[in-house]
Design a protein around this ligand. Sequence first.
Ligand code: AMP
Length: 114
Amino acid sequence: MSDTIFSKIIRREIPADIVYEDQDVMAFRDLNPQAPVHVLFIPKKPIATLNDAAAGDADLLGKLLLAAATYAKSEGFAEQGYRTVINCNEDGGQTVFHMHVHLLAGRRLIWPPG
Ligand code: AMP
């Protein structure tokens, strides 16, 4: 997988507003937020798209979602609600090819999305 801007954030070569980090996961605020809360949860292991995740990545994928839910609870908006999104490839609207979970909250989110 080629290097992406998210790998540079993990290596702290470029700045980001990091809100959570552990051995496997990093989370930082989206540069172009689509809601009052817009945080990206990324695996430190570079996986380009959800298509590239293997069976051995199951724990890691679970950790991303659990980290998002834990963050929502710790920030106090879990009960009000939020949305998690993984965009995949062109039709999914993916622009950064280091897979990530978007966590969106703080406003009523429309469904279905555009
Ligand atoms: P996606 O379109 O699903 O691949 O999402 C990529 C997201 O990364 C977009 O919402 C961008 O606004 C966000 N993004 C791109 N570069 C940065 C950056 N340097 N720091 C934080 N978020 C970024």
